[in-house]
Every structure is written in C-alpha cells, then in structure tokens.
Ligand binder design. Structure first.
Ligand code: RFL
Length: 403
C-alpha cells in the first residue's frame, strides 16, 4: 500500500489514539477528555454490539472509587447493588463467607459490564469525544519513534491511517495493539491451566443471595447474580466441548446435581440466552510498553475468570495511563509514562496469583498420571482451611475484592 492509497483526512489524527471501546478504552477516553487531552477511540464493532456484550458483573471497591472520583458512576449508583457473601458447597457440607465483615470489610458492586460500557460510551459522546465505530485497527507502525500511526480498515473496506503521538491498545487479547509489538520487544508469560468452563447467561432470577461455588466430583459449578432477571452460571466441562453441545435440560440437571439442589434448594430455571466456552489461560506481557504504544486491559494481560479481576484491572490500568499521559501532554512530565508498566505489573501479578489460587481451590486437576490423588488431598486441605481459619478468611476477603 502506498501513501497515496490511504484515505487521509486532517481529522484522522489525535494526540492519543485509543484502540477499542471496552472498559479500558472508554475509561481512558473519558479521563483524557476531562483533562483536555486530544484523543479519539477507534472501535471495530458497531455501537449496538459493544453495548450488548455480556461479560463481567462484579466491580471491586477500587473500581467503583475510580469511577466515582471521575464522575462516571451515575448509572452504577442508580442501578448497581452491593454484594458481599459467597457460599461454598462441598462434599463436607456448605459454608458462607460474609466478606464485607472480613479483610478490608468491603463489598463488590454488581453492575453488568455491558451497562457500564453503555454509560461510559454515552458520557464520552455527550462530552464531545471522538469515536469511530466499524473501524478496525490493522497495525500500529513506527511505535519506536515519536510519531506512531495506526492503519485501519473502515466498515466499507476502505483502508485508512490515523496519526498519533501515543497509541493506547485497549483492543483485547487478539487486537492489533498486541500484534504490533515486534517479537523480542516484550516477554510473554503464558500458562494454560487445562480447565474449561461453559459460561451461561440465564433469563432467570438469582437462585441464592450469594455467589455460589460448588465443588463436586463431576466438576465445578458456579452461580453469580447479574440482575433481578438474569443470572450467570458456570459448569466446568471437558476441554474441546462445543458451547452448543449441551441441551438446556442437561445444563439445568447438571447444575442441580453439582449445586446439590436436593439438599440446599432448587435453582430457578429459565431460558439460557447466551453461552460460551472459556478455556482457562493466563498471560502477561512485560513490559506493557513499546515506545509510544501502551498495552491496557486484556491487551496487557489475560486472567482466567475464576477470580473476576479482568474488568477491574482494565479500569485501574486505564486510570494509571490517563494520569501519565496527561502529565506528559499537558505538563511535559514523562515520568508517569516511564513508570506505567512497572506500576501496572504489580497489580497484574497480584491478581494472577490469587486467580491461580482460586483455580486450585475450585478444580480437581488430579490427572490419570497422579494415582496418589496428591492434588485432590491438597485441595481438600485448602478448602478446610478456608472454612475454619479466620486468618485465611481475612486473606481471602482482602484478595477477593482487592486488586
Ligand atoms: P474488551 O472488553 O475485550 O474490549 C476490547 C474492545 O476492543 C475492540 N477491538 C478492536 N477495535 C479496533 N480494532 C481492533 N483490531 C480491535 N480488536 C478488538 C473490541 O470490539 C472491544 O470492544 O477489553 P478491555 O477493555 O481490556 O476489558 C477487559 C474485560 O472485558 C475483561 O477482562 C472482563 O470481561 C473479564 N471478566 C470479568 N472481569 C471482572 O473484573 N469481573 C467479572 O465478574 C468478570 N466476569 C469476565 C467475566 C470475562 C468473561 N469472558 C467472556 C472471558 C465473565 C466472562 C464469561
């Protein structure tokens, strides 16, 4: 492609070009806009698709504080609700942890991610923010110099290019930001945990007033409230399972079995309106910067959903980067940008460690090569410790809501 073939336009430039309008890109965009920094968001999907992507639901207190101090919490204050109890069901019975009374004594706020994204989008657009839907970033070029650019493909297939001083890759794990980092410029730490969940969204009210974690010989099952009308369920499944392989009847029967409904009360059934298989993988890139290209949110690192940290980390990293970019572009101080990667990696590795601990708690990964059942016995000891030790419960609560 030669220069003249690009659809150049004077508007196709911004001091900060943000790739992706998920929680990371939209928090970053809103904060930069409030600070008077020239920015633009390029989003591959249409607005409706972005607003209908059901994912996370449990916001950490820190996330709520970031949104509140930046005036981005109107929707979640009105429609979100506090949540502070989880219930574990095991072969030895069930027990509850009221984590508002433990550790730092703070609750989650239940507010579906697509509602948060809808709010953040509305605020960005209402405040005059520039956003291009249906614009897919293809690659970031010249990131090792002071004038990076982003090649894009518009909805109609037309190629284009955006010029920037900085590019923030908030376009997820498979986005163009990550792909544009040259091999050898960053180190990738990757782990496949060998566990998969069938994630389900049911049009049914929650069945219990707690996050439910069921540890069963047939595999893990989970229950997480989303709203008065919808509930997320998870079923551990064989690696390679197709999301449509299980009938709705089989799903509910299996959930009843693993959640031990016969003992603890029936689940409130309803149509399954979304389903997807999630393979548990973790990966982290180090550093989270290549010249003027910064990696944020899922583009920076991926966590398995066992500890509900991904969206919370995305918001935290977006705030750290927004402050650093503002310092540089408004005050001429590049110190924050130099520290961005190290600051974020402390939180990312903390979240990875807890998430890893949760994977070991929730899943029996004893394989046929381990006839001694060593891991199964360790896991039993871990859950017993959580059931009985106040110190362990405080540690759990602090990590569960914290980042
Ligand atoms: P997102 O949300 O994936 O947004 C990326 C955006 O970039 C766009 N995009 C591109 N745009 C332009 N050019 C390209 N080349 C592009 N490629 C992609 C996409 O269309 C999209 O709009 O990333 P972000 O902002 O980093 O946010 C991360 C979170 O979405 C993610 O970590 C969480 O959803 C993870 N997660 C949870 N996190 C929590 O904190 N609490 C939870 O309770 C929780 N539950 C979950 C989850 C993730 C799940 N899945 C689907 C893996 C439950 C599930 C089932």
């Amino acid at each position: 492609m030669t220069e003249s073939q690009y659809a150049w336009s004077e508007q196709d430039s911004a001091d900060v070009v943000i790739l992706g309008a998920g929680p990371a890109g939209l928090v970053l965009g809103n904060l930069l806009l409030r600070a008077g920094v020239d920015c633009a968001i390029l989003e591959r999907a249409d607005r409706e698709d972005v607003q209908n992507r059901h994912r996370a639901g449990y916001l950490a207190p820190h996330t709520v504080r970031i949104l509140a101090r930046n005036g981005l919490d109107e929707g979640l204050r009105r429609k979100g609700h506090e949540h502070g109890v989880c219930e574990f069901r095991t072969e030895d019975g069930r027990f509850r942890l009221d984590y508002r009374q433990l550790g730092q004594g703070e609750p989650h706020t239940v507010y579906p991610q697509h509602e948060l994204v809808t709010d953040l989008l509305a605020q960005f657009v209402d405040a005059g923010g520039r956003i291009r839907f249906g614009t897919e970033a293809q690659a970031v070029s010249d990131a090792d110099g002071p004038a990076p650019s982003v090649t894009v493909r518009e909805r109609d297939g037309r190629p284009g290019r955006w010029r920037a001083r900085f590019v923030a890759a908030c376009d997820g794990r498979h986005g163009a930001g990550r792909r544009s980092v040259p091999p050898g410029a960053v180190r990738r730490h990757h782990r496949d945990h060998g566990v998969s969940w069938l994630g389900l969204l049911a049009e049914a009210p929650p069945s219990l007033d707690a996050v439910g974690y069921a540890l069963h010989p047939r595999g893990f099952a989970g229950h997480m409230a989303r709203s008065a009308e919808t509930t997320r369920y998870y079923l551990q499944c064989e690696r390679g399972t197709h999301a449509d392989a299980w009938s709705e009847e089989r799903i509910w029967d299996e959930l009843d079995l693993r959640m031990r409904s016969a003992e603890y009360g029936a689940l409130r059934r309803g149509p399954v309106i979304q389903r997807a298989v999630v393979d548990f993988e973790s990966d982290v890139l180090e550093p989270l910067r290549h010249g003027s290209l910064f990696l944020v949110g899922d583009a920076a690192g991926l966590l398995s959903p066992s500890a509900a940290k991904g969206a919370n980390l995305a918001v935290l990293e977006a705030e750290i980067l927004a402050l650093a970019l503002t310092d540089d572009l408004v005050h001429g101080d590049s110190g924050g940008l130099a520290r961005y990667s190290d600051r974020c990696l402390v939180h990312i590795w903390r979240a990875q460690e807890f998430s890893h601990w949760m994977i070991g708690l929730l899943h029996d990964t004893t394989g046929p090569e381990d006839p001694s059942l060593f891991h199964r016995r360790l896991r039993h000891s871990r859950i017993t410790s959580l059931r009985t030790s106040p110190a362990q419960q405080d540690w759990f609560a602090e990590n569960y809501v914290g980042i």
